[in-house]
Ligand binder design. Sequence first.
Ligand code: 3Y8
Ligand code: NAP
Length: 258
Amino acid sequence: MRHVLVLGGTLEASALAQALADRGERAVLSYAGRVARPRAQPVPVRVGGFGGAAGLARHLRDHAVTHLVDATHPFAARMSANAVAACAETGVPLLALTRPAWRPDAGDDWTTVPDMDAAVAALDGPPRHVLLALGRMHLAEFAARPRHHYVLRLIDPPEAPPPLPRHTVVVARGPFDVAGDTALLRAHRIDLVVCKNAGGSGADAKLRAARDLGLPVLMVARPPLPARREVARVADALRWLDDTPPHAPAPRGAERGV
Ligand code: 3Y8
Ligand code: NAP
């Protein structure tokens, strides 16, 4: 009997969870516990870190997980690195369900920077109205650029006022649509969109709205991830499950082969 652990937090993870539930698979979806009310899932959910790669390896063994699907966000680099290490240690098969990076189309005005520090450095110009569509975890880094007026789109209201002297908080959870994002950009007179190259369809509306309005985008490129098997479609993940024998842990106390 398979027991699939899905590392979640993306639209693709939720779609995979639904497909696993539809097939009657034994599966658990895991959230980090970043937001107050993560999306309800059709499979059992666990919330919270595992305690590093070693904690994840222990979890895989203790719960007799036979397959691990890392369907986390492309910027969840530590989680993905831990998944590679824990599966290498335990022998549990690992698959990443991810999505291709966005690429600029005709009419796009993107400046791509390698990481968040470079994005902060790129904001050294005159005051602007910036949509900071990065979520909550990177706000402090932009305190180094206080002259801009930032529109901050957050999933939960911030516990403390963000460290930015001129800001407007918009509490909203994706996936977003073009009409809504176009209205947001217009209402706040945005003249620069700052975002991560997340890929997928849950956050690309702001890019299409920026293109329609002729606005520039400062695009943060993805962090490097360790090599692992990757697919971009739920159907390919299901095929991998069917083609990959479940990990059979050595019986406890079994002598190591020589
Ligand atoms: C906790 C749990 C689903 C999944 C939906 C996707 C789409 C909507 C768009 C903008 C960009 C951003 C942010 C974003 C999107 C999807 C997906 C995606 C971007 C939830 C969710 C969790 C999180 C964590 C949260 C981060 C933040 C990032 C907001 C759920 C809703 C900016 C990433 O307040 C915080 O601490 C938020 C933290 C990590 C990035 C950051 O650095 O702050 N996502 N987002 C997961 C957990 O606890 O394990 O599903 O309800 C999931 C989704 N967020 O099935 O509906 O698939 O990417 N999430 C980015 O892409 O740039 C918003 O505003 O335009
Ligand atoms: P991260 O920096 O790579 O991970 C930091 C630590 O958070 C991990 O080492 C792990 O703790 C814990 N963690 C992360 N994802 C987890 C999961 N799915 N289940 C259990 N523990 C998890 O991750 P992040 O960027 O903070 O992302 C956290 C969550 O938000 C992920 O589910 C991700 O898919 C989702 N998300 C992130 C973004 C983003 O922009 N980063 C966007 C959309 C959704 P331990 O070391 O203790 O195990």
